[in-house]
Design a protein around this ligand. Structure first.
Ligand SMILES: *Cc1c(COP(=O)(O)O)cnc(C)c1O
Length: 246
């Protein structure tokens, strides 16, 4: 991270250098953990950033899938950038399920039966499926979305009849704290839960994906088994408070 005062329009060389630095740190964390860097995906999180910067990142890095946390912004950017794929990583209200079903290539924040049913209905009508991750609240913070770890098994079993939802794994946002022990416990909770679901043979899923780690904690997440790190600020710089849209 080079500065905290970006206005929209960070130049391509800067973005390219930041992606390279994040990749270097991902590789170093993998080495420390004895993991193959090829199994950790970097998902650049482009919420509030303009499409010009997203194109610069895509061109410089070869990355073709971007994370967005609001369905309206995701839809607008997907229409503007048809060559790119989009992962919806933020909370989704049931009344926005149609937008997600139409424009998202994956959804990482599934956390309610009602939302799952609405998504499945829209996807069945459209004739295609959607890769989904179940969001888990591993910190216990009441401000966070996601199911309690103890709720996930029953919830996942309930998804089995919804043929359009391809459950690939779990997602979490760790506690926002400088206490590495607390952050590690969040990530370990997600990994242990995933191992248990797999061992219990919870159906309809391969449980391959653990989406965990953001700009401030992705190295700890990798050491704890992350397969997807969602990195915004470390690539695009600090976000201004208001979304800029595409
Ligand atoms: C914004 C966001 C990120 C990226 O956060 P940074 O700290 O900017 O890297 C990751 N995951 C989710 C769910 C987000 O909303």
């Amino acid at each position: 991270m080079t500065d905290g005062q970006n206005t929209p329009g960070v130049d391509g060389d800067t973005l390219s250098a930041r992606v390279a630095e994040v990749r270097r740190r991902i590789a170093a964390a993998c080495e420390q953990a004895g993991r193959d860097p090829a199994v950790v995906r970097l998902l650049p999180v482009s919420k509030t950033r303009p499409v010009s910067e997203m194109l610069a990142v895509a061109q410089a890095s070869g990355l073709d899938t971007f994370g967005e946390n609001r369905p309206q912004e995701l839809a607008a950017k997907a229409e503007a950038l048809p060559a790119l794929r989009f992962a919806l990583i933020g909370h989704l209200q049931t009344n926005k399920a149609a937008l997600a079903a139409r424009f998202a290539a994956e959804f990482q924040a599934l956390d309610s039966p009602r939302l799952a049913a609405a998504l499945d209905r829209h996807l069945q009508a459209a004739g295609h499926g959607l890769d989904v991750l179940i969001e888990v609240n591993t910190s216990g913070e009441t401000t966070k979305h996601g199911l309690a770890p103890s709720e996930v098994g029953a919830f996942a079993r309930g998804l089995a009849p919804m043929a359009s939802l391809r459950v690939r794994g779990l997602m979490t946002v760790a506690a926002n704290t400088a206490d590495v022990g607390v952050v590690d416990r969040c990530f370990a909770t997600l990994r242990d839960l995933r191992d248990r679901l797999r061992d219990d043979g919870v159906p309809g899923a391969d449980w391959a994906e653990l989406s965990m780690g953001m700009s401030g904690d992705y190295e700890r997440a990798i050491i704890n088994g992350s397969t997807t790190v969602r990195v915004g600020t470390a690539i695009f710089g600090a976000r201004t408070s208001a979304p800029t849209g595409p």
